[in-house]
Design a protein around this ligand. Structure first.
Ligand SMILES: O=P(O)(O)OC[C@H]1O[C@H](O[C@H]2O[C@H](CO)[C@@H](O)[C@H](O)[C@H]2O)[C@H](O)[C@@H](O)[C@@H]1O
Length: 251
């Protein structure tokens, strides 16, 4: 890499920095990640985590992240920002608690078992990974959740065995574009694993900067691999790639 001090490295959290596990609350950052990110952050323009999780949750699941100098976490697809120990966010949308209140009845009516609801504050996620039929439950939920989201001024963000009801008006692509402009980036790399990361891939292309898109590959999501410049094998592969990058920029 010729000009690391102008480079922005954007990373998704779940499935990229943190291996996928059945229970979202049990996820933990890859043990190698905080140290590698600290090394990159010292040499690059910025390292930014772009995630559907709230930044506060990312810090709980990735305790070493507070030691990464200059790290920025853009959570809730860019609505919330953590930087220098502080979180900034607009007021939470009123539609989320209303939609969440309707969920138990909706799940009952569909006769679904093992479906878990994750209250994320400014969004609510419905997970089917631990249901007896994860794909069937996911498909059965698509339309009723789309209707529930619409009634409450929300949109549905589909992911790996998860359908999230969240406010419209921001996505990882917009968040990344704004961040690149803010930092006057001269190059960009983005690493992701899920459908919500496609918008960030588009933002890399639209930026007109020298850019690389990386897919943290899995059997669960194929669309991203088809659109990526580089495909690596899950979070272990991401760590190996980032380690190579640190060696390269150390010279
Ligand atoms: O943008 P991300 O950082 O990738 O967050 C997307 C969603 O990730 C989480 O769910 C995913 O990871 C869980 C833990 O490994 C897994 O159990 C689940 O099946 C995955 O979809 C998180 O729970 C969601 O809130 C995020 O929106």
């Amino acid at each position: 890499m010729n000009d690391p001090s102008g480079a922005v490295i954007g990373l998704d959290f779940d499935g990229t920095l943190s291996p996928i596990v059945p229970d979202p609350a049990a996820a933990r950052i890859h043990p190698a990640a905080p140290d590698i990110l600290a090394q990159l952050s010292a040499r690059m323009s910025a390292v930014v985590i772009l995630t559907g999780r709230p930044p506060a949750t990312v810090l709980e699941l990735g305790p070493g992240l507070t030691d990464v100098p200059g790290l920025v976490i853009l959570g809730h697809y860019g609505f919330e920002r953590w930087e220098n120990g502080r979180i900034s966010a607009p007021p939470p949308p009123a539609g989320v608690p209303r939609a969440e209140a309707e969920l138990p009845m909706l799940l009952d009516a569909l006769g679904l078992t093992g479906v878990a609801v994750e209250d994320k504050g400014r969004a609510v996620a419905v997970h089917t990974r631990r249901s007896p039929d994860p794909d069937g439950a996911f498909e059965a939920l698509r339309r009723p959740l789309a209707a529930l989201a619409e009634r409450n001024g929300l949109v549905v963000e589909p992911g790996r065995y998860v359908l999230e009801l969240r406010p419209p008006g921001m996505d990882k692509g917009q968040a990344l574009s704004l961040f690149l402009a803010e930092r006057a980036a001269r190059s960009v790399m983005f690493v992701g694993d899920d459908l919500g990361d496609l918008a960030a891939f588009d933002a890399v292309r639209a930026s007109g900067l020298p850019g690389v898109t990386v897919c943290s590959g899995s059997a669960e999501v194929t669309e991203l691999a088809e659109r990526a410049d580089i495909v690596v094998d899950g979070p272990d592969g991401v760590m190996a790639l980032l380690k190579e990058l640190t060696a390269e920029v150390r010279g």
